[in-house]
Write a protein that binds this ligand. Structure first.
Ligand code: SF4
Length: 269
């Protein structure tokens, strides 16, 4: 598998993102397509440019780059992205999927959210089954995957050690999620796991949405509607698509399909 490349039908790479000097020693010299739909949204393109340049969290910067240098044996011939990962999908999506953070050898390798690991395999196969993705697989940033009506993002954009960002790292990254919410303006958020649930509710509160106190609890199948003026956003809780859940049967394909179909129904209302 080749490393990520820039394609002519995608947005120009962000300023300053080209070349190893811009990325530090051992960093890749190629640009991920990232979010092709950002080409139609200057605001998203600007957000993506800011995301991929960020070095605000020293621990995560060190980790993402270390993983990119050391690499997993199966990917030793690849160039890891090893940078923050922008959101991916439809710029006008009415459904936003909110995960946790890029996986060390998944999105941190490929440069595209949920791409290149078992979690992404599970998620994008489900999106394809319900008609939200043009193909069931997601192996690299230039594999031709396109999403329609849905977009995937995360409250923390850098791969964290043990998949556990600290509260300070979550707060540091929150402005990116806030900007993405304001630009995309989804009607439904499918939230994968308790971390994303708490992060999204905090960010919505910061943006002036009326989030109840105490905050609604996460659960698979939880459904919460929040308001800001005349606007409404429905949060749908779903167990995370991690192997821990999908290999044990805690989250089955049918369960994820049901959540996505519910999101589609709400998005149509
Ligand atoms: Fe920047 Fe977010 Fe990565 Fe921290 S986690 S370095 S805030 S992109």
């Amino acid at each position: 598998m080749s490393g990520p490349r820039h394609r002519s039908d995608e947005p120009a790479p962000p300023p300053g993102a080209r070349g190893p000097a811009a990325r530090g020693p051992g960093a890749p010299t190629t640009i991920p397509p990232g979010d092709p739909d950002a080409a139609h949204s200057p605001a998203l393109a600007s957000l993506d440019a800011d995301v991929v340049e960020c070095r605000r969290c020293p621990r995560l910067v060190a980790w993402r780059e270390q993983v990119g240098r050391e690499r997993r044996a199966a990917f030793r011939d690849e160039t890891y992205w090893a940078r923050p990962v922008p959101g991916f999908g439809d710029a006008a999506a009415r459904i936003l999927v909110v995960g946790l953070a890029p996986a060390a050898h998944g999105a941190n390798r490929t440069g595209r959210m949920f791409t290149g690991d078992r979690s992404g395999d599970f998620l994008f196969a489900a999106m394809h089954r319900v008609g939200l993705a043009n193909q069931p697989t997601s192996v690299s940033a230039d594999d031709g995957l396109r999403l329609t009506g849905i977009r995937a993002t995360a409250p923390v954009r850098c791969a964290p050690p043990a998949n556990k960002p600290t509260p300070d790292e979550r707060r540091a990254c929150a402005p990116f999620l806030a900007r993405e919410l304001e630009i995309v303006d989804p009607r439904v958020a499918v939230v994968l796991g308790a971390f994303g649930w708490a992060a999204l509710l905090d960010t919505l509160r910061d943006l002036g949405w009326a989030v109840p106190r105490p905050a609604p609890r996460f659960g698979h199948g939880a459904e919460v509607v929040v308001h800001r003026g005349p606007r409404t956003l429905t949060l749908l809780g779903c167990f995370h698509v991690s192997q821990q859940n999908t290999f044990t049967g805690r989250l089955t394909p049918d369960m994820l399909d049901d959540v996505l179909r519910r999101a589609q129904a709400l998005a149509r209302d």
